[in-house]
Design a binder for this molecule. Structure first.
Ligand code: ATP
Length: 234
């Protein structure tokens, strides 16, 4: 459903993405891995055209996204949950969902309350009164009620307690199993390995690995090469 080929993107004169390629099939959960600064967030921003690409091709549901504004891409069924969650702090949990819900979405407000019981309990709380984990859940819930076919998640477990991370892992599995595909940017390798149907690694703005869950699990060399900390020589 999503095909990215040879994606290039710049911040000013800095050539950040220099050939990112990846695919996500219907109902798949694909991870996007790489060291800090490899270009993972930039890849998501370029797919959504929040940062218009300077080369390559992005197609979604067979449609080339070149030249399309971000809101039109969202209407095709792509929803991004950014790292800095962007929920409305002066609205309640329920109000945050009400302004995002699409009547045609398979995920309505009561459905996401079923998915995230913590949010159901706090439905009248203001966004500003939620913990980090609850804010992340609300951001994901808000994306779901907009009715996406594919969710782009940017480091959703970063900084969260292990018990919350485990809850999110279960939730991502349920979202995928109910038919919404996920492209997951994630630094937590254990989370990736529990969830990914396939894995993609980028390094210095280029795709350097794509493989199935089984191939990736067996390949220690690729994990050492691209995912461990690079030593800095001074
Ligand atoms: N707004 C910006 N202006 C200029 N350079 C930027 C901007 N945002 C990111 N960069 C640079 O682009 C490169 C890729 O950043 P990006 O955030 O995509 O990496 P990442 O793989 O998501 O890493 P992290 O895990 O640290 O978020 C980095 O060198 C970063 O410094």
């Amino acid at each position: 459903m999503l095909t990215v080929e040879g994606l290039n993107a710049h911040y000013g004169k800095s050539h950040i993405l220099q050939g990112v390629s990846l695919t996500v099939g219907a109902g798949e959960l694909v991870t996007l891995l790489g060291r800090n600064g490899a270009g993972k967030t930039t890849t998501l921003r370029a797919i959504m055209r929040l940062l218009p690409p300077t080369g390559g091709r992005v197609a979604f549901m067979g449609q080339d996204l070149a030249g399309m504004p971000t809101h039109a891409i969202a209407r095709l069924g792509l929803a991004m949950v950014p790292e800095h969650r962007g929920i409305f702090s002066l609205l309640s949990v329920r109000e945050n969902l009400e302004i995002a819900v699409d009547a045609k979405s398979p995920w309505q407000i009561e459905d996401v309350f079923g998915l995230f019981p913590r949010l159901a309990e706090r439905r009248r709380n203001l966004g500003s009164r939620l913990s980090g984990g609850e804010q992340q859940m609300l951001a994901i819930a808000r994306a779901l009620v907009s009715g996406p076919r594919l969710l782009l998640l940017d480091e959703p477990t970063e900084g969260l307690a292990p018990v919350i991370v485990n809850e999110l892992v279960e939730t991502f599995r349920r979202i995928r199993d109910q038919g919404t595909a996920i492209l997951l940017v994630e630094q937590n390798l254990a989370v990736c390995m529990k969830l990914g149907d396939r894995h993609t690694i980028i390094d210095l703005g280029r795709t350097v690995y794509e493989g199935s869950a089984a191939d990736f699990a067996a390949d220690e060399a690729v994990k050492d090469r691209y995912l461990t900390l690079r030593s800095v020589v001074t």
